[in-house]
Ligand binder design. Structure first.
Ligand SMILES: [Zn+2]
Length: 422
């Protein structure tokens, strides 16, 4: 039996809409037609390179795999998707919707070129021209404007790691309800670590603030945990519907080990910190011995540690900003070799008590028993690899949150829940 892979992108606009809502509407159409069993796995929500300049709000594209009887059925679905986009999307400003689709006989054999294109689209800048050439090589068809790039990329999503998102929608003519932090905290405790980035202190992270139809989104590694939390909140806050997506969010898949500095591209550089300047906001500007510049924004919460890092060998990663100096916007740093050591007084050899210096002579005296002698100090390297983690509210869609470490790949073993759209 053949399969249709159908992708869409760029259907949100300044002031409304959301690409996920178009996909949700398409899935609801299948429900109403009694064809929901045609959907293989879950619909896929793929986030693309967060550093490209002309992205839509969340830089999300979507795709779905459908089992079909013949090519005619595929054309019907594509037509339906086209009509939905025409009816739902207000093509204002930079909005330029696109559709990509391909019919395959074996869905486990995605053309490696398509996978390559997906990987490029999450780490690099890709042109419409490249999308057209790749589509031609893999036998995919493209309809529409710039959205064809993300739409085609989404078809190539073959996850090694994945997460889930329970996305709920609100009635568009009503005011956005405010989700009580108490509810989120409670569910965060109950479902963690199988849900993530729910709340930061009192700051609810699951609810967007824009004009889009999304009421909230619960992200996690287990579909059952996001469903439990999502269902409760959807009922309480009057969602008009919801859907479960499998996504690349929180997987860190956009990280690459590219050691070159190219605008909008991801870079991962190792070098010795030779200078460090703080501005009045507390952001740190680093220069490495190889000339690479990097900006560490205050919210990473490591500025204080960094101030003792001049001369340290570090690994720095993040997206490259296209300013004059092509600085790396740092997503993380770790110290590979620390050049600083801490010097402490030893414990008293007689009673184990704390010792203090007496004058300049290097003489130490025990505060407890009064023992005095010249004893060597203890040299302790900080020996600490620190790994910068931004505040929870500062995570971009693709960055991997610390609470996910150790859960990678779990999603691929999770059976599809029988109820995944409402
Ligand atoms: Zn002592």
């Amino acid at each position: 039996m053949p399969y249709l892979l159908l992708g869409i992108d760029d259907t949100d606009w300044e002031g409304g809409g959301c690409t996920t809502y178009v996909m949700y509407s398409f899935i609801k159409y299948l429900v109403n037609e009694g064809r929901i069993d045609k959907v293989i796995g879950l619909p896929r929500l793929t986030r693309l390179n967060p550093y490209i300049p002309f992205k839509t709000r969340g830089n999300a594209s979507l795709s779905v795999i459908l089992s079909i009887d013949d090519e005619g059925e595929a054309e019907d679905y594509v037509e339906t998707m086209k009509d939905l986009i025409d009816n739902m999307v207000k093509p204002t400003g930079k909005t330029s919707p696109g559709i990509a689709y391909v019919v395959l006989n074996d869905v486990s054999k995605i053309n490696p070129r398509l996978t390559w294109f997906y990987e490029k689209a999450i780490r690099d800048v890709v042109t419409m021209d490249l999308a057209r050439r790749v589509a031609e090589r893999v036998g995919a068809k493209l309809i529409g404007g710039r959205g064809i790039i993300g739409a085609l990329a989404s078809l190539g999503f073959t996850p090694r790691d994945a997460t889930f998102e329970f996305t709920s929608y609100r009635a568009e003519d009503t005011e956005r309800p405010i989700i009580d932090p108490y509810d989120v905290k409670l569910w965060d405790e109950v479902t963690g670590p199988f849900t993530f980035l729910n709340i930061d202190g009192e700051h609810v992270l699951i609810e967007p603030h824009g004009p889009d139809p999304v009421l909230f989104g619960v992200r996690g590694d287990s579909p059952y945990h996001v469903l439990a939390m999502g269902n409760y909140l959807a009922n309480k806050y009057g969602a008009v519907g919801w859907i479960l997506y499998v996504t690349n969010q929180g997987t860190g898949e956009h990280r690459s080990h590219a050691s070159s500095i190219v605008p909008y591209r991801y870079a991962d550089i190792t070098g010795v910190i030779v200078s460090l300047v703080f501005d009045e906001h507390g952001h740190a500007y680093l220069t490495l011995d190889n000339g690479v510049k990097a900006i560490v924004y205050r919210h990473l919460g490591i500025s204080k540690d960094l101030s003792k890092c001049i001369g340290c060998l570090v690994q720095v990663w993040g997206g490259v900003k296209p300013d004059d100096e092509l600085s790396i916007y740092v997503e993380g740093i770790r110290v590979l070799h620390d050049r600083y050591v801490e010097i402490r007084n030893p414990k008293c050899p007689i009673c184990g008590g704390p010792m203090e210096s007496v004058g300049r002579s290097g003489l130490l005296r025990c505060k407890r028993c009064g023992f005095e002698d010249k004893i060597p100090r203890v040299f302790e390297p900080r020996n600490q690899w620190f790994y910068a983690k931004p505040r929870k509210s500062e995570y971009r869609h693709l960055m991997k949150p610390g609470e996910r470490i150790g859960l990678e790949g779990l999603a691929l073993y999770m059976p599809k829940p029988s109820l995944w759209v409402y």
